[in-house]
Design a binder for this molecule. Structure first.
Ligand code: MF3
Ligand code: CO
Length: 249
């Protein structure tokens, strides 16, 4: 069952999501060679305390950190560590908060110093895939329109969409129905309605879409060791079109 939100609930979700966006922005500004992902995780905890929000991932199914930090061939759920970032890395930051029972969730992939042209192309395709998907998040469209928009954009550049992890509805829980694959067929799936709030989060691989989970039980990596990128926004479907709740204006 997809839970529809009233306009006042959407405003509460906007508050949570804007805090996520602000914290991600502060983290982005700190990223440079030599910084460790553990430092970024600590910073995200401090900023959460300052904003009086609870980091939503910490303790979620036993996840031990506030922030997910996925480097290069890590796809999602990468765990912060003491390995310093080096120039040429790409780093995905995924962060969520709970503010007064309403959840926010967003992700960005950021270059560390100068990165390869291929890495830049992968990040651009993934982010544009997300924005094309958001453009399809319209009342009367179907979920397959959103999914296909990601897939078409990234496959046009020869990249592949991860199958094993998907986006999700978001609200008074971090994960609600529906599941939102980043691949699909236009015209298929549930009809989108005003009041739905969707966390759309393409995970896109440079090579094969195949992934595996490391023995730590969390870190998802590409099977072929090639790069992966991840962008996420939480988006409300309204009578006036998509409303990106996690976008700083
Ligand atoms: N954005 C990811 C998701 O929606 C992050 C979850 S990380 C976890 O699944 F640690 F909370 F699992
Ligand atoms: Co999410």
């Amino acid at each position: 069952m997809v839970i529809l939100k009233l306009p006042e609930e959407i405003e509460k979700l906007r508050t949570s999501n804007l805090i996520v966006a602000e914290i991600l922005e502060e983290l982005r500004e700190r990223i440079r060679p030599g910084v460790t992902t553990r430092e970024l995780d600590s910073l995200s905890e401090g900023l959460s305390r300052k904003s009086r929000v609870r980091p939503a991932f910490k303790g979620y199914r036993g996840y031990p950190f506030a922030l997910c930090t996925s480097v290069n061939g890590e796809v999602v759920h990468g765990m912060p560590s003491d390995r310093p970032l080096v120039a040429g890395d790409i780093l995905s930051l995924d962060f969520g908060v709970d503010y007064r029972g309403y959840f926010g969730d967003a992700a960005i992939t950021v270059p560390v110093g100068a990165v390869s042209a291929e890495a830049r192309k992968l990040m651009k395709a993934t982010e544009e895939g997300l924005y094309n998907a958001i453009r399809q998040a319209q009342a009367g469209n179907r979920l397959g329109d959103v999914s296909a928009a990601v897939q078409e954009r990234v496959e046009a550049d020869g990249f592949s969409v991860v199958r094993d992890f998907v986006g999700h509805g978001i609200g008074r829980s971090l994960h609600e129905e529906p599941q939102i694959p980043n691949y699909g067929v236009r015209g298929r799936g549930i009809e989108l309605r005003p009041g739905m709030v969707l966390a759309i989060e393409p995970m896109v691989n440079e090579g094969s879409y195949r992934v595996k989970i490391l023995p730590d039980g969390w870190t998802v990596v590409t099977e072929d060791g090639k790069l992966s990128a991840h962008f996420e926004h939480s988006v409300a479907i309204t009578e006036n079109g998509p409303d990106i709740l996690s976008l700083l204006r």
